[in-house]
Design a binder for this molecule. Structure first.
Ligand code: NAG
Ligand code: NAG
Ligand code: NAG
Ligand code: NAG
Ligand code: NAG
Ligand code: NAG
Ligand code: NAG
Ligand code: NAG
Ligand code: NAG
Ligand code: NAG
Ligand code: NAG
Ligand code: NAG
Length: 614
């Protein structure tokens, strides 16, 4: 299990549970029967990180994760949550050493803890089905099995007995092992049991398959206290249109990553306290109804990857609480209203991949909290000037790709922002010279200026903006001169793939050494010449993909390439290489593809090499 997992999920803002459970009093003696049940639970679990090391001795109320009722000593809280959070995983470097998960089976002895009010087993690796006996905890108010991957099988209807339950989080997370296979997630074939959870405020079934013929709406609509409803990635196909809606206090609705083909239902207009609306990746269509503009509490709206067409002109005017707006990958057309309103809290704006046209309103420059701006893949025209950016001191992500927007900054202008990602791929008006204002951007991790008609040589200061770079793509331009020396800096981000793409330019001169710390290297289709780097000292032991084809390299294929076992793809075709093919290339155990064609190399493709290429 110490492989790198890929967690694919959209997450909700966390809601803290306001527990009424009293702190452990040191004089409460734990009840012997319950203590033995806890030890039986420990016994069934593989605890390789010693999470349960305090679970010994008589005073079980003081063990890690246990809470007892101060009056009668009963165990009322069992919190074995692994502290790993989805946010950590999404936002950056994760040190797996810090993660402490439990593995194995949940002992049936758990059901002896009859007074449990709080049970959190989230983010562990528990096998078997969700046990039916969980339905017997009459006092349970909080049940969190999120990310705990309880094998396949149905969610037991017995959970419907938990009439005091206020929080039910069964979110399942796809976890891919190295082979790309995902662990099976539970399914729900009948949701009627949900309607008896009359105290429920929080329901998260995302990632659990709700059968296409299962009625999800009516059971949920029996829950008038519901505040959070998360049914992302459950496979649901329908959303009813003419219902009386009971859960009018809802503040978070997530129906993303489903198959809903519908307009936004009118009943949504009664959810006037809505703060988070996520309809991403469905087939919603039509217009965004006007009533959305009256939801004063809305903090985030994600309508991306749908088929919406009409942008209500004043939609955003009143949404002064909005922090995050994503309408990317729809079919919105026409200009963005010049009066965007006072979205003074906006941090994330994604308009990418629509048919929006006209200029970008200068009022954007007022959104001083803006961190991420994506206007790529539209038909915007005109110029982005200093005015657009005057107040955007928090901007870290700017994507202008596939547009004909131009940037007009004076040469003396010092941008108020430090971008981490700048994309201006396929921008017809960014060149013809390398943008000068970029010399101030020394925090860049990703820079993509591919296919943007850039000519000339790289500026002198170019290397000074690369100290944090992980992804650099300058391909498909007409940049000439000598290739700079690249030293990618992976010190802070072990888990990231680094990429350098300089292909299809006019770089010339020789390649003294392979750029260091790059995993994916593409220098093909340039005018590079001379010998390839020959010795291990000039090589880069983390190379996965190497493409040096369509250059003018001469000399031998370096034998020392055989000492770079990480190589998966090696393309040296269409050069002027000569000499013998090193047989030891067959020892490259990760090699999947190799192309040496159109050189004058002699030698036999040995059985080993042929095998390596299969
Ligand atoms: C359940 O646990 C997960 C992961 O530990 C956490 O992110 C989530 O907020 C919890 N759910 C509730 C309702 O507290
Ligand atoms: C625990 O018991 C000791 C002696 O019996 C007493 O002095 C102490 O105050 C008690 N502590 C609590 C928190 O009740
Ligand atoms: C709990 O629910 C199940 C299935 O819905 C039912 O068969 C069982 O009788 C219930 N148990 C209790 C104690 O209510
Ligand atoms: C449910 O319907 C969707 C779309 O119609 C389909 O792609 C999916 O395979 C169906 N799922 C099941 C479990 O039948
Ligand atoms: C609304 O909720 C109440 C209480 O659960 C229930 O009695 C009523 O039938 C529900 N209405 C609808 C339309 O589901
Ligand atoms: C929405 O609320 C209005 C007024 O409170 C009510 O008349 C209407 O029936 C509600 N509509 C739905 C779909 O619940
Ligand atoms: C949505 O439904 C309409 C009409 O029923 C159909 O024409 C369209 O192809 C559907 N869209 C998708 C993405 O399934
Ligand atoms: C904005 O709010 C005002 C006052 O509540 C309301 O009259 C107006 O219709 C709203 N505008 C939009 C576009 O929703
Ligand atoms: C660029 O900005 C300068 C100074 O602000 C201005 O004079 C010029 O007209 C602008 N050019 C374009 C194409 O907008
Ligand atoms: C290059 O950019 C142009 C627009 O400037 C675009 O039409 C073309 O598809 C892009 N080519 C590639 C390979 O991305
Ligand atoms: C690499 O990144 C680290 C951490 O941000 C930084 O301290 C170091 O100076 C960088 N190294 C280079 C060569 O820029
Ligand atoms: C090899 O060169 C010939 C002639 O220049 C060209 O037609 C052919 O496509 C090249 N083959 C490969 C694999 O690039």
């Amino acid at each position: 299990m110490e492989t790198s997992f890929l967690f694919i999920f959209s997450f909700l803002l966390l809601q803290r549970f306001g527990s009424s459970i009293t702190a452990t009093s040191s004089n409460v003696t734990c009840i012997e029967g319950e203590r033995r049940s806890l030890l039986a639970i420990k016994h069934k679990i593989t605890d390789r990180y010693n999470v349960l090391s305090t679970w010994s001795g008589v005073e079980c109320c003081e063990w890690r994760g246990i809470g007892c009722d101060s009056r009668n000593g009963h165990v009322v809280k069992l919190d074995l949550r692994n502290p790993m959070s989805l946010e950590d995983l999404r936002n950056g470097p994760v040190s797996w050493e810090d993660e402490k998960w439990l593995e194995g089976e949940l002992s049936p002895c758990l059901q002896n803890l009859k007074h449990l009010r709080y049970l959190d087993l989230s983010m562990n690796f528990l096998s078997g089905k969700i046990p039916e006996f969980l339905g017997s905890f009459e006092s349970l108010e909080y049940l969190n099995l999120s990310g705990s991957v309880f094998g396949e099988g149905a969610v037991p209807h017995h959970l419907g007995n938990l009439s005091r339950l206020r929080y039910l989080d069964l979110r399942s997370i796809f976890i891919f092992d190295d082979g790309g296979a995902n662990f099976p997630a539970p399914i729900v074939d009948d949701l009627r049991w949900v309607s008896s959870l009359s105290s429920l405020r929080y329901l998260d079934l995302s990632g659990i398959t709700i059968g296409n013929h299962t009625d999800w709406f009516h059971p949920v609509n029996m829950l008038p206290s519901l505040l959070t409803l998360n049914l992302a990635d459950t496979g649901i196909t329908n959303i009813p249109s003419t219902q009386f809606v009971n859960f009018t206090f809802l503040n978070s609705l997530d129906l993303s990553m489903n198959y809903i083909n519908s307009t936004i239902p009118i009943w949504l207009s009664n959810l006037t306290g809505l703060m988070h609306l996520n309809l991403k990746e469905n087939s919603f269509h039509g217009k965004i109804p006007d009533f959305i503009g009256t939801f004063n509490a809305l903090a985030s709206i994600d309508l991306s990857y749908n088929s919406f067409k009409t942008l209500f002109p004043n939609l955003l005017c009143n949404l002064s609480s909005l922090v995050r707006l994503d309408i990317s990958n729809n079919m919105f057309s026409g200009p963005v209203p010049s009066n965007l309103g006072l979205l003074l809290r906006l941090e994330y704006l994604n308009l990418g991949y629509n048919h929006l046209s006209g200029p970008i309103p200068a009022s954007l420059g007022l959104f001083s909290k803006l961190k991420k701006l994506d206007v790529s893949g539209n038909s915007f025209v005109g110029v982005l000037s200093e005015t657009h950016f005057t107040n955007l001191k928090n901007l870290i992500y700017l994507d202008l790709s596939l547009s004909s927007l131009a940037l007009n900054f004076s040469s003396r202008w010092v941008p108020p922002f430090h971008l981490q990602k700048f994309s201006a791929s396929s921008c017809s008006n960014i060149g013809p010279y390398f943008p000068n204002w970029l010399h101030t951007q020394t925090h860049l991790q990703r820079l993509d200026l591919s296919n943007s008609s850039i000519r000339g040589t790289l500026p002198e200061w170019f290397e000074s903006i690369l100290s944090h770079i992980l992804y650099l793509d300058l391909s498909n331009n007409q940049i000439g001169g000598k290739m700079p020396l690249f030293h990618f800096n992976t010190s802070e981000l072990i888990s990231h793939e680094t990429t350098l793409k300089m292909n299809s330019n006019k770089f010339e001169g020789s390649l003294a050494a392979f750029p260091s710390n790059v995993n994916h290297l593409d220098l093909s289709d340039n005018l590079l010449s001379g010998d390839l780097p020959q010795t291990v000292g000039t090589m880069n032991l983390s190379l996965h993909i190497v493409n040096l084809s369509k250059n003018r390299f001469t000399g031998n294929i370096p034998v020392d390439l055989c000492k770079v076992p990480s190589i998966e793809v090696l393309d040296l075709s269409q050069n002027k290489l000569s000499g013998r093919l090193p047989e030891c290339l067959g020892n490259l155990s990760n090699l999947e593809a190799m192309d040496l064609s159109n050189n004058t190399i002699i030698g036999v493709v040995t059985h080993d090499i042929a095998l390596a290429q299969q």
